[in-house]
Design a protein around this ligand. Structure first.
Ligand SMILES: Cc1cc2nc3c(=O)[nH]c(=O)nc-3n(C[C@H](O)[C@H](O)[C@H](O)COP(=O)(O)O)c2cc1C
Length: 330
């Protein structure tokens, strides 16, 4: 805690510029883990967040997969919700009005099964007031290409982004899947296709089985792993993507506290999204915002932007953080 004596009096500046998006702080809730905002109103004031990313929206309502759809694993959660959602029209008429009244940027996560559905969603949302940006979920199967996931091949990922780019003037965030061998190539392709921002990562393909009944634990058999178990994967993906693109990158995956968030900032993420932590502690995001502030004060920094991307790639041992007393940061 050598730097304690440098703690500045005024709170540090947490604001970040993500391409066309200016956020008062860098902490957002990840799609699918905070409903449409209202569900968490009693726990976490949405106006304190950097932004809200809503549950993924499709053109028409979807029931999702049959239960069981969630299973806990060591340090993680596997979900096979199957993108259940209220559909575009219900979102606009029943969910968006609540969020529009709040002083928080609303980011709408969209997905489709064919290119045309992504484009249609984007052009319809373009006319709707109260939306700060679209986040394109490309971790979905392309039914016209035998179910191959859009985000696993650079040309296909780029075609989704281009179709959406041509259909809206809203800022675009493209959310990458980690289930690829070269995430940097996908990142470059979606940047060239016109995304303003990249977010990474979505869940990691996973499975859980019951050895006595000899059955899968999820009705869908496979699902997506999230939570602390995926943080090192997410950190590596964020680092690799940051190396490959010029556009801002949002880090997602296993962020449970402010110290986790700082790791993503260190490798170059300009903002973070918090997902599974909301299920463990509904106030997690607010604690993380407070913890980032305290971390910067202890480090003697007045602006978060001065910490972002400052990783020195020479490794260190023993780890400095083990000698640090900062254990209660959100
Ligand atoms: C129950 C659940 C539902 C999710 N739904 C969506 C979704 O609709 N769209 C999307 O892009 N990501 C979705 N995700 C992925 C998260 O937004 C996030 O990328 C992932 O969980 C990793 O972050 P975490 O480890 O902080 O949870 C979902 C995750 C969970 C756990």
């Amino acid at each position: 805690m050598a730097k304690d004596s440098n703690v500045p009096d005024s709170p540090p500046d947490l604001s970040v510029q993500l391409g066309p998006l200016r956020l008062k702080n860098p902490v957002m809730v990840a799609s699918g883990t905070f409903g449409y905002g209202e569900e968490y109103a009693g726990f976490a004031d949405p106006e304190k967040l950097g932004a809200i990313v809503v549950k993924g929206i499709s053109l028409h309502p979807r029931a999702g997969n049959p239960p069981p759809r969630l299973v806990e694993t060591p340090a993680g959660l596997i979900n096979a919700i199957g993108l259940e959602n209220v559909g575009l029209q219900n979102f606009i008429s029943r969910k968006l009005p609540y969020l529009r009244d709040k002083k928080v940027p609303v980011i709408v996560n969209i997905f489709g099964n064919v290119l045309e559905e992504y484009a249609d969603l984007a052009s319809r949302l373009d006319e709707v007031p109260g939306i700060a940006a679209l986040e394109i979920n490309i971790s979905c199967p392309n039914v016209k290409q035998g179910g191959m996931v859009f985000g696993t091949e650079p040309a296909m990922a780029a075609s989704v982004v281009k179709a959406v780019r041509d259909s809206t003037t809203l800022p675009l965030i493209t959310k990458l899947t980690p289930n690829v061998s070269r995430i940097g190539e996908i990142a470059k392709a979606v940047e060239e296709a016109g995304t303003d921002i990249i977010s990474c990562i979505n869940t990691v393909a996973a499975m859980a089985v019951d050895i006595f009944s000899r059955r899968p634990k999820l009705a869908n058999i496979v699902g997506g792993l999230s939570g602390p178990a995926i943080k090192p994967i997410a950190l590596r993906c964020t680092y690799e993507v940051v190396q490959q693109v010029k556009c801002p990158v949002i880090g997602i995956g296993g962020i449970m506290d402010a110290l986790d968030a700082m790791e993503f900032f260190l490798v170059g993420a300009k903002a973070v999204q918090v997902g599974t932590a909301n299920f463990v502690r509904p106030t997690a995001t607010l604690d993380i915002i407070g913890g980032i502030e305290r971390f910067l004060q202890v480090e003697g920094l007045s602006r978060l932007e001065d910490y972002i991307g400052t990783l020195d790639t020479r490794c260190v041992f023993p780890f400095a953080e083990e000698a640090c007393e900062l254990t209660d940061l959100g």
